[in-house]
Design a binder for this molecule. Structure first.
Ligand SMILES: Nc1ncnc2c1ncn2[C@@H]1O[C@H](COP(=O)(O)OP(=O)(O)OP(=O)(O)O)[C@@H](O)[C@H]1O
Ligand SMILES: [Mg+2]
Length: 462
C-alpha cells in the first residue's frame, strides 16, 4: 500500500536538517574559540617561562648559563615535550637546543615573538623574548621556550565535548517544540475539513466565508472554483430537465386528447382527423426531442466532447450546404454557397458546427420569403485573421426590438406562421460561444431579409 506523504514529517525534516547543520557549525566554532583561548593561556605561560629564564641568565652576569635545576624545570611537562634555547646575537647558542628556529629581533619591536613550527613531525609553538646582555653591553640575548601543542588541542577538545551534550539537548527540545508547533499550526485546516465534511450534498455555495489562513487561500479558491462549476452544471441540468418536461408535456397531452377523441367516436372521418393531428404532434415532439438533445450536446462539458482540432470550415460548410440542396429544392428554396471551396481553418468541433449551420439554414428556409426564397450561405476570411460565416435570406427579417431576444431559449416571434421549439438559435448561440465566435443578427433592406453572422477568431499559432 502506498503511503501518502505526510506534511508534518516533511516540515519536521525541513527544520531538522538545518538544525543539525547548525549543531555541526556550532561545534566547529566552539572548537576554534576553545583553541584560541587555550593558545592565549599557554602562550602566556610560554612567554612567562622565557622571561623567567632571561632573568636567570642575566642574574648570573658573566656566565650566561642556566643552572641544572632551571634546565630540569623548563624541560619538565606532563603532556608536552618542552625545549628551550638561549642565544646571544654575538656569540650564538649559549645553552639549550641548537635546532630551535631563531626569530628575527627586527620583527619583535621589544615584545615577545611567537612562532609555529614542526619538529620530527610534531607541531610546536615557541615564545621568544629579547633582552640586553648585562655581561656584554651591546649584545642581545634571545631566550626561546617551545612546547608541543598537545595540551592546547586537548583543552579545546575538552571544551567541545563538554558543550555537545548541552547542544544536543537543546536541539531535542527545539525539535519537540517544532513538532508541537507544527501540530498546532496544522490545526488551522481542521475548520475547513469540518466545513466540507458537514456540508449538505446540494450546498455548492463558496467556502470563501471561512477564516482560512493566507497559505490555504489558493486551495480554498480552487475548491470554490470547482464548486461554482458544479453549481453551473447542476443548474444547467435542472433547466434541461425542466425544459424537456415542458416541451414534451404539451404535445403528449395533445396526443392523448386525439387518441381519446378517436376512441370516443370511431367514425372514419374523426379517426382520420385525429391521426392527422397525431402525425403532426409526433413530428413536433420528435423535433423538440432532437433540439433538446442538440442543446444538451452543445452545453456538455468540454471533456464530454471530442478535443477541438483545426478543421477546414470552407469544406465543412460547402458539404453541409450541398447535402441540404435537394430538400431546399423540394421546398422551393434557392440555397447556395458563396465562398472558397477549402482553406479556411478554424479550431472547433465539426459535429457542433454542422448543427449550428443546419439550424441557421432551417430558419432561413422556414422564415424567409415564401414562394421565391433565396438563402445564401457565405464564408470569407476577415482582416483580423479570422473568418465570417453568414446565412442570409430574403424574408421579412425580425422586428428590431426583438433582435436582442434572438438566442433566448424558447423565444419565438409571435405570428411567424411556423411551428418550432424556439431552441434553434439558443443552440447556435451556445455553439458560437464554445468556439469563442461572435454572433450577430442584421436586418438587411436591400435585398430585404435577415443576415446572421458568426465571426470566428484567428487560429492561434505556436
Ligand atoms: N431567418 C429568420 N427570419 C425571420 N425570423 C427568424 C429567422 N430566424 C429565426 N427567426 C425568429 O426567431 C425565432 C427563434 O428561432 P429559433 O430557431 O430559435 O426557434 P424556432 O425556429 O422557432 O424553433 P426550432 O428551430 O427550435 O425548431 C423564430 O421563432 C423566428 O420567429
Ligand atoms: Mg429554428
Amino acid at each position: 500500500m502506498v503511503r501518502n506523504p505526510s506534511l508534518r514529517r516533511r516540515l519536521l525534516l525541513f527544520v531538522a536538517a538545518p538544525l543539525l547543520a547548525v549543531l555541526v557549525c556550532g561545534g566547529i566554532i566552539n572548537y576554534v574559540i576553545g583553541l584560541h583561548y587555550a593558545n592565549k593561556v599557554y602562550d602566556r605561560w610560554l612567554m612567562d617561562s622565557a622571561n623567567a629564564m632571561g632573568d636567570l641568565v642575566n642574574s648570573d652576569a658573566g656566565r650566561n648559563e642556566l643552572s641544572a635545576q632551571a634546565r630540569i624545570l623548563l624541560q619538565f611537562s606532563v603532556k608536552d615535550r618542552n625545549q628551550f634555547a638561549v642565544r646571544s646575537l654575538r656569540y650564538g647558542v649559549l645553552a639549550g637546543d641548537q635546532d630551535l628556529p631563531q626569530p628575527s629581533p627586527k620583527t619583535s619591536h621589544g615584545s615577545p615573538v611567537f612562532t609555529n613550527f614542526t619538529d620530527h613531525g610534531l607541531a610546536m609553538r615557541m615564545a621568544s623574548v629579547f633582552i640586553d646582555n648585562k655581561a656584554d653591553p651591546g649584545d642581545v640575548l634571545v631566550i626561546s621556550t617551545a612546547e608541543t601543542v598537545h595540551k592546547r588541542q586537548a583543552l579545546a577538545r575538552e571544551l567541545l565535548v563538554s558543550t555537545v551534550p548541552i547542544e544536543l539537548l537543546l536541539i531535542c527540545v527545539a525539535m519537540a517544540l517544532v513538532w508541537f508547533g507544527i501540530n498546532r499550526g496544522l490545526r488551522v485546516l481542521d475548520p475547513l475539513a469540518h466545513e466540507l465534511r458537514m456540508r449538505d450534498a446540494g450546498d455548492l455555495s463558496p467556502l470563501r466565508t471561512i477564516d482560512a489562513p493566507i497559505e490555504v487561500q489558493p486551495l480554498v479558491a480552487t475548491i470554490d472554483a470547482l464548486l461554482s462549476r458544479l453549481d453551473r452544471m447542476l443548474r444547467q441540468q435542472q433547466r434541461f430537465i425542466a425544459d424537456a418536461a415542458h416541451q414534451l408535456r404539451t404535445p403528449l397531452a395533445g396526443l392523448r386528447l386525439q387518441a381519446e377523441r378517436a376512441l370516443a367516436d370511431p367514425s372514419p372521418d374523426t379517426v382520420r382527423e385525429a391521426l392527422v393531428h397525431v402525425e403532426r404532434l409526433s413530428a413536433g415532439t420528435a423535433r423538440a426531442a432532437g433540439q433538446l438533445l442538440a442543446l444538451a450536446r452543445a452545453q456538455a462539458p468540454d471533456e464530454a466532447l471530442g478535443a477541438a482540432a483545426p478543421l477546414d470550415l470552407a469544406g465543412l460548410v460547402r458539404d453541409e450546404v450541398a447535402s441540404r440542396v435537394p430538400e431546399a429544392i423540394s421546398r422551393g428554396i434557392d440555397l447556395g454557397y458563396r465562398g472558397p471551396e477549402h482553406g479556411i481553418i478554424v479550431i472547433g468541433d465539426g459535429v457542433l458546427l454542422r448543427e449550428l449551420l443546419g439550424n441557421l439554414i432551417d430558419n432561413a428556409a422556414r422564415y424567409g420569403s415564401r414562394g421565391n426564397g433565396v438563402v445564401t450561405v457565405g464564408l470569407q476570411a476577415d482582416d483580423a485573421g479570422g473568418c465570417v460565416l453568414s446565412v442570409q435570406d430574403n424574408g421579412p427579417g425580425v422586428a428590431p426590438e426583438l433582435i436582442p431576444r434572438l438566442g433566448e431559449r424558447f423565444f419565438r416571434a409571435v405570428g411567424n406562421g411556423h411551428e418550432g421549439t424556439g431552441l434553434g438559435l439558443a443552440i447556435v448561440r451556445e455553439i458560437a460561444e464554445r468556439h469563442s465566435a461572435d454572433l450577430a443578427f442584421v436586418n438587411h433592406s436591400d435585398p430585404h431579409g435577415l443576415r446572421v453572422e458568426i465571426r470566428f477568431p484567428p487560429v492561434a499559432t505556436g
